[in-house]
Design a protein around this ligand. Structure first.
Ligand SMILES: [Mn+2]
Length: 392
């Protein structure tokens, strides 16, 4: 049985510079370099990229520089790379999509830039059918995609891959397609757009989001700290095997959530996460990005607490992102306890010691937020007259 081995990656976002840090920009180039290393080491027959190759439609020169260097290494080994343009790769105005520069240099194949497209690639182990269409969004996206899928048809008699940069219902409430709407008969479904790893099955074939090689937002890092590419063995109309390969170049990102209780307990917490941060840095040779989310810091101690965190942790991180909510211990307990869901009426009643005054205060807040200002003032006046039976 003829089978072919592919490496599947997506959402490399070359040129992305998280937090404006040059180190973060280098991280995405490092990740792409490692992906190419793996493709060469594993002797894959083709690399499939499901879109968002670049982060922007005008990538910085260094993004081209690193892309060209790594893609050349693939070409030297005769490993073709096919990419379907993601939303980040497609200009909104009529300018040249940056991927066309790389295609012009013979470094990759773009699939489905204008129309749904199917094409046969010659690989060292035989023919590979690739079908795909660029990202489609906005109203009417779903209909347009369903029509595109009809045009792309049902795979082929030799190994075939369907490549799309879209959300399935399984992964996002803002989906364009359902799993069951994908056409049957492909050996493998290579999806992109979702930055975490997801795997589904359709018939005998795998439907996979490999995720982005670097987490580009805190929630992505929190959901999935490790990052992967997928290596799959595919045959006619089925996935023989698929495994995810963990990337070693990924910068560690640690997310901590903590509810502040008192000073000593907080010191113990900081000491323990300091250990973890140091270890993570040693393991990866890259200083971690650390996010700390603390709730209920007493307002008066905020500066001291921030200083302590900074001194203890900052030197061991690439960047330290602190997010804190404070409580004012001089306020009544109900106010302190209402950080998450605020019951304004309850708070006002406790502060003013009177139900009617609390109601008035709430109505005044509403009235005074009206536009234009004269209407707001008139409304407030009426309220005061009603409550106090007076002329204002
Ligand atoms: Mn993306």
């Amino acid at each position: 049985m003829d089978s072919i081995q592919i490496l599947h990656t997506s959402d490399t976002h070359l040129g992305h510079r998280q937090y404006g840090l040059s180190e973060r920009e280098m991280d995405v180039y490092d990740a792409f370099g490692e992906i190419v290393d793996i493709a060469i080491r594993e002797h894959v027959d083709a690399v499939i990229h499901s879109g968002d190759f670049f982060d922007s439609v005008s990538p910085p020169p260094q993004a081209y520089y690193h892309a060209i260097n790594h893609l050349r290494r693939l070409r030297e080994k005769d490993i073709p790379l096919v990419v379907v343009p993601g939303d980040h790769d497609i200009p909104k105005r009529r300018v040249l999509p940056p991927l066309l520069v790389l295609e012009r240099l013979g470094l990759l194949h773009i699939l489905g830039l204008r129309e749904p497209e199917k094409r046969d690639l010659r690989t060292s182990r035989g023919k590979l059918r690739v079908s795909g269409f660029r990202n489609i969004k906005g109203p009417g996206a779903r209909q347009q995609l369903l029509q595109a899928l009809v045009r792309l048809g049902q795979g082929s008699d030799y190994p075939s891959v369907l490549i799309l940069h879209q959300s399935l219902r399984n992964v996002s409430p803002d989906y364009e397609l359902e799993l069951g709407e994908l056409p049957k008969g492909y050996s493998y479904y290579a999806l992109g757009h979702i930055h975490v790893y997801r795997k589904y099955v359709l018939g005998e074939s795998a439907v996979i989001y490999p995720g982005s090689p670097e987490a580009l937002r805190r929630d992505e890092a929190e959901e999935q700290p490790y990052r992967y590419v997928v290596i799959a063995e595919i045959a006619r109309k089925r996935t023989v095997s698929s495994e995810r390969v963990k990337l070693n170049s990924t910068r560690p990102q640690l997310v901590y959530r903590h509810l502040y209780r008192e000073a000593n307990e907080f010191k113990t917490f900081l000491a323990s996460i300091r250990e973890e941060i140091l270890k993570a840095g040693l393991r990866s040779k890259k200083k971690p990005i650390v996010h700390i989310i603390i709730e209920n810091i007493p307002k008066r101690e905020k500066t001291t607490i921030y200083d302590t965190i900074e001194k203890l942790l900052r030197p061991h991180t690439l960047t330290l992102r602190i997010q804190a909510t404070t409580i004012d211990t001089s306020l009544p307990r109900t106010v302190q306890e209402s950080t998450s869901s605020i019951d304004h009426y309850k708070i006002l009643k406790e502060m003013l010691g009177n139900e009617d005054l609390a109601k008035l205060a709430l109505e005044l807040i509403d009235a005074l937020s009206m536009e234009p200002k004269q209407v707001a003032l008139d409304q407030a006046e009426k309220l005061l007259q009603k409550y106090f039976n007076i002329e204002v």
